[in-house]
Design a protein around this ligand. Sequence first.
Ligand SMILES: *Cc1c(COP(=O)(O)O)cnc(C)c1O
Length: 370
Amino acid sequence: MLEKRLFLSPPHIGAKELTYIQDAFSSNWITTVGENINRFELEVCKYTSSPFGVALSSGTAAIHLSLLLAGVQNGDEVICSSFTFVASANPIVYLGATPIFVDSEKDTWNMCPELLEIAIKDRIKKGKKPKAILLVHLYGRPAKLREIIALSKLYEIPLIEDAAESLGSTYEGKITGTFGLMGIYSFNGNKIITTSSGGMLISNNESLIKRATFLATQAREDTVHYQHKEVGFNYRMSNILAGIGIGQMEVLRNRISKKREIFQFYKNKLHGSTFSFLEEQNNTFSNCWLTTILCNGIQPELIRLRLEEYNIESRPLWKPLHLQPLYKDAPIYQNGTSENLFLNGLCLPSGTSITEEELTNVCSIILACK
Ligand SMILES: *Cc1c(COP(=O)(O)O)cnc(C)c1O
């Protein structure tokens, strides 16, 4: 057994983060305004080629604001990927709206465009046109954007990209998160880069980001005294955490290369009749945030338990939201794909500080389970 637990995707801090935190302390800008925030927003926008962005307290907060800005209201319906973390859908409920879940396709595990169209048509037939499409790029794999954007345009339903797991992944050369009306990133501790906790909302539309910034600062009007006409939120990122973010942006490219090496290592060692891997689609580039395997003829839980004996963390894939007790009553347009993935898949340790020795060790333990 390892003395030190090998985690799935722990934070990996670089050399400069503390310096930027120190700047925040030295200047006494330790709240939710300051140079680190401005600079972090600028760095993320530059990297993603997105003209506007606002740093927020979490990815969940970013999704909440994006839906609000897309005009989602009480009683509305919002289409959402089913195969994802619960944070993708919860903000729909914050607004009193109903998530309409759409299952995955097999190539990228993301929202199936054919099912999406079926869902849109059916909801319209039932009397309610969905207010937005919340599309997730899961595990850093870009979804079938061309098809989904075409449907978003055809039916005039705004697209919001949950790119929490896919910062740096590209589709036809363009960064995921920048295709829709708005996109969101998460900088939670387990993501490809972290600010300990945090998120960002990006858009090509300046007025949307201005309004998001306003709403994220308690909707405080521009007056000397505290004047309020609307309900707002306390959703801004702290200037201290933004300092971590600047440091992390400096190492993002390295982190992506390392994540891709980890994926390639596992694939070289494990790929075969028992274990299969997601292939990178043409014209896409994945940040390979987590390496996942599909098991054929062996229970992933057996592997998980065996790795656990060695103090190595692995985890089942996301449980589809339509299978969650929380969302058992929500409409679902399904084809069985995500359920099958959940039953047969496993996430492997993919932290960027993992060593070749550790990877080799994980692979031998897995191979011995066959
Ligand atoms: C992490 C994550 C979120 C939420 O981000 P937080 O910063 O943790 O609020 C949303 N969607 C997906 C797909 C995620 O993985």
